[in-house]
Each structure stands twice: as structure tokens, then as C-alpha cells.
Design a protein around this ligand. Structure first.
Ligand SMILES: [Ca+2]
Ligand SMILES: [Ca+2]
Ligand SMILES: [Ca+2]
Ligand SMILES: [Ca+2]
Length: 413
């Protein structure tokens, strides 16, 4: 019944009733309106300054209604910004300029406190680039290192980092010191360097002078290998030697084998420091040396080993291998080839070695004895033609097998 009655009232009558209710109610919003402003914020002071910003802090206001917010006021150009804590960083200022600020508090009803003290502050000078490092000079040189030093840069913002650049090949190193040692250089090579400084903002100085230095040449050979040898057959000897070490190169030096003082043909590398010398003449005395050499061409020659091959009356070669065929194509020019083994008038099959020729050239890989397949590298593109020959212990070489031609892909250049 009440609801029906209210719905029939006019809008005007409703408004009158609401106003009456507000005036008569002791707890109405109008009667409780907060007219007390917050207390004055005090002790406004500057806590930090940069070229572009000022950070301010102050002691809080209190208010009867509880929380307040603050307005930070920039005097000129007159601007307010809202702060909800008792500190504020005013950004986007200009370097080296004078600014004045004060603060006031505002309660929830909008009552304004008295303004705080006014502070006047000058922003920092702009962050400028470090001065140029000068007097770049070489303090020490070895075959593989160059030590450099320079006079320091100064900077408005404190510490700087130095970037040392090698001109060619182009490399760079960074340091906070005023010296550096460049390692892993090559002996007898010429290098140029310059340095510049940069600050924490990335401002970069000009380049220092450029210094050019040549490392001392490597004139020291690796240590001499110690060579030993043994006779394997009428046509082969085995040579092994100790590892050489170079003064400046951490990697193994290169080796070559001398037969009677000249580079030896038919060196069958079974390992880095183990070879068979093949196709020697029976009952013949040879001298052998091994030479180790570094990349600067300094050579160390081993002791001399003298060996006499076994005698032999075998002058008949093995039969030619037959049925040369592809076992598998590994891709990239790598192949396994198979064949039917040869026989010899004197030697057992397990003693017969097989030489693979790729496009007419003997494979540099070690020849194996008594096998019916072996691995070989060839051209990865276009066709390759293979033949295999058998060699007996006295060095007699058979006729070639059938030729096998494979076409991995593409056209020959
Ligand atoms: Ca208040
Ligand atoms: Ca600077
Ligand atoms: Ca050397
Ligand atoms: Ca024979």
C-alpha cells in the first residue's frame, strides 16, 4: 500500500521531502562538512638534483579527517603537481637553471593548508662528454702481447670507461683502468690502437692518438722431436717421434718426414706422430729425420734414424682387386668403397695393402692391409672415378681394379 502511495507522488513533492529530511537529520552530510584544513607541511628541502630533475621531501601534514594529499608547486611557470607521499621528483627541467618550489596539503574535502617554506634550487650543469684520453703509448711488447697505457680522462659525472680499439683486424676491449694488455697477437705482426672514454650517460670523448706497434718476430723453432724407427717389411718402415712444443703457439706444430734428407714420398700417416714409409726398396739402407715447424717457418730437425729394409726376392705383384663397388655414400664427398680381395704369389691376403686412387690421385689416407672395403674422401659435387690397387709386402703393385664412377650431384666445374 505504501509503495503505491509513493509512486503517485509528483517529482516536486519528492524533492521537498528530501530537503526536509536533510535539514531535520542530526547526522546529515551537510551538517558534518569538514571545514578544518590540514596542518602546514614543513621542512621542505631538496634531496637530489640532476641536470633534468629536482627531488624534494618535507615533513607531513595532519588533518582531522585522516589522510591528505599534497600539491607541489613550481613558482615559475606556476604549476602544481600531485604528490601522495612526502617526497616528489620534478622531472623535465632544464640544466643549470634556477627553480623555486613550495608544498601545501589538501584534505579529502578540498581544504588547503598553508604553504610550506619555499626552496630555491639550481639544476646541475648538463652531462658533458669526458675529456679525451691522451698520451696513448706502448709499455711492453712480447711476441703475442702488447701492453698499452694512457693519461686519464676527466668527466663531470665521475667515473668513465675506456674502450680500446684495435684498428685492423677490428677488435675492442673495455676497461676502467688506464692501461690494458692485449693478448693472443701474432709474432712479427703490426697492430694499431686508439682509445676513447665514455661516461655513464654514454657521452663519448674524442679518440686518443693512435699507436702502431710491431710484435717481435718468432725466431724460435719448436723443440726438436726425438725420432725412433723400426723395419716392418721389405718395403716399409715405421717411424714415431715425441711431441714438439713451440714457444708461442699452444697448438701442435706441423711435422714432415725426410728420407735421405729430402721430403719423403709415400708417407702413410697412422697418427699425428706415427707414420709408415711405404714403397721402399728391399735390402736398402735409408736415413730418416722428422722436422717440426711453427707457422713462422722455424724448423727443428730430429735425430737421424738409419734403417735397412728386409731383403726380398718377390717381384710378382698381387692380382688386381675386382668388383670395386660403392658400399655407402656418406654425403659431402665421403664414400665407403668395397672390392674383392687380391691374392699374391708369396704373401697371405691379410698382408696385402689396398691403395685407393680418386680421379687418378692416390688417397692421402692410410692404406690398410687385408681389407675388402675402406673409406675415402672425394669431391662432394659432380662425378668421381675410383680405382683400387693391391700392394704386396715387397712393394709390388697390382694392375688397377675396375673403375667405379659415382655421380653425387651437379656438374663438374
Ligand atoms: Ca580537514
Ligand atoms: Ca659526463
Ligand atoms: Ca716459434
Ligand atoms: Ca708378390
Amino acid at each position: 500500500m505504501n509503495r503505491l502511495y509513493i509512486l503517485t507522488l509528483t517529482g516536486r513533492a519528492v524533492a521537498v521531502l528530501i530537503v526536509l529530511a536533510l535539514l531535520l537529520s542530526p547526522s546529515s552530510a551537510l551538517a558534518a562538512k569538514d571545514r578544518t584544513p590540514p596542518t602546514q607541511p614543513t621542512n621542505l628541502h631538496v634531496t637530489a638534483t640532476t641536470a633534468m630533475s629536482v627531488t624534494l621531501a618535507w615533513d607531513p601534514s595532519t588533518d582531522n579527517s585522516g589522510s591528505v594529499s599534497y600539491r607541489v608547486h613550481l613558482v615559475s611557470p606556476s604549476t602544481d603537481r600531485v604528490a601522495n607521499q612526502t617526497s616528489f621528483t620534478w622531472t623535465s627541467l632544464s640544466p643549470n637553471s634556477i627553480y623555486s618550489f613550495y608544498v601545501y596539503a589538501v584534505d579529502k574535502t578540498g581544504n588547503r593548508s598553508a604553504t610550506s617554506n619555499t626552496v630555491t634550487v639550481t639544476t646541475s650543469a648538463p652531462d658533458t662528454a669526458p675529456t679525451t684520453p691522451v698520451n696513448l703509448h706502448v709499455t711492453a711488447t712480447t711476441q703475442t702481447t702488447v701492453s698499452l697505457a694512457w693519461d686519464p680522462s676527466t668527466d663531470n659525472s665521475g667515473s668513465v670507461t675506456y674502450r680500446v680499439e684495435m684498428v685492423s683486424p677490428s677488435f675492442a676491449m673495455e676497461t676502467s683502468q688506464t692501461s690494458i694488455t692485449w693478448t693472443s697477437l701474432s709474432p712479427g705482426a703490426t697492430y694499431s690502437f686508439f682509445v676513447y672514454a665514455f661516461d655513464q650517460s654514454g657521452n663519448r670523448s674524442a679518440n686518443s692518438n693512435t699507436v702502431t706497434v710491431t710484435t717481435p718476430a718468432d725466431t724460435t723453432p719448436p723443440t726438436s722431436p726425438v725420432l725412433s724407427g723400426s723395419v716392418l717389411s721389405p718395403s716399409q718402415v715405421r717411424l714415431t717421434w715425441t711431441a714438439s712444443r713451440d714457444d708461442t703457439e699452444w697448438w701442435s706444430p706441423s711435422y714432415r718426414v725426410l728420407l735421405n734428407g729430402s721430403p719423403s714420398p709415400h708417407v702413410n700417416w697412422d697418427g699425428e706422430r706415427s707414420v709408415r714409409i711405404r714403397h721402399l726398396t728391399p735390402a736398402t739402407t735409408y736415413t730418416f729425420n722428422v722436422q717440426a715447424y711453427d707457422t713462422s717457418g722455424n724448423i727443428a730437425t730430429s735425430n737421424t734414424v738409419t734403417l735397412t729394409t728386409e731383403p726380398s726376392s718377390d717381384t710378382v705383384p698381387p692380382t688386381a682387386p675386382t668388383n670395386l663397388h660403392l658400399v655407402s655414400d656418406q654425403g659431402g664427398g665421403e664414400f665407403y668403397l668395397g672390392w674383392t680381395q687380391s691374392t699374391d704369389d708369396v704373401d697371405p691376403q691379410y698382408a696385402i695393402e689396398y691403395e685407393i686412387y680418386v680421379n687418378g690421385v692416390l688417397s692421402p689416407l692410410a692404406a690398410s692391409a687385408g681389407v675388402d672395403q675402406d673409406f675415402v674422401y672425394a669431391r662432394p659435387e659432380c662425378e668421381n672415378t675410383f680405382v683400387v690397387k693391391a700392394v704386396d709386402r715387397s712393394g709390388n703393385t697390382s694392375a688397377p681394379s675396375n673403375a667405379l664412377t659415382l655421380f653425387p650431384w651437379g656438374q663438374c666445374p
